[in-house]
Design a protein around this ligand. Structure first.
Ligand code: DGP
Length: 117
């Protein structure tokens, strides 16, 4: 997608601090980290959000979780981590290219939402 910032990062047109890359997936450090370790894992293919995952494109999502498990060892998140996907307006998704936040290095709060139900 021509005007998608994460497509541009995947294509190397916008710089990022990469922590993992293969043919279908890229992981890089979040610009605005919310934990000592905060990595974004994205498919290189443009998928707008979790609401657009289908039988045709879901294999990359399984691969993203394999990559997350590998990264958890490399990034020494032995005590655990959290994977977050924000989807759509109510989910507070700000970049319209599917991405999974991988957060670790501290004890997380729960529940994750700040507003009243
Ligand atoms: P979300 O709210 O779930 O759509 O999260 C988008 C995340 O993307 C947010 O934590 C900040 C991060 N981000 C936005 N633009 C850039 C960028 O150009 N580079 C990097 N590394 N991260 C970005």
């Amino acid at each position: 997608m021509a005007d998608c910032i994460f497509c541009k990062i995947a294509a190397g047109e916008i710089p990022s601090t990469k922590v993992y890359e293969d043919e279908t997936v890229l992981a890089f450090k979040d610009l605005d980290p919310q934990a000592p370790t905060h990595v974004l894992i994205i498919p290189k293919e443009h998928i707008a959000s979790a609401a657009d995952i289908s039988t045709e494109n879901s294999a990359v999502v399984a691969h993203i979780f394999e990559v997350a498990a590998k990264l958890s060892r490399e990034l020494e998140l032995d005590n655990g981590f959290r994977i977050v996907n924000n989807c759509g307006e109510d989910g507070m998704q700000s970049v319209q290219h599917l991405h999974f936040h991988m957060l670790g290095g501290k004890k997380m709060g729960w529940p994750p939402y700040a507003e009243e139900k």
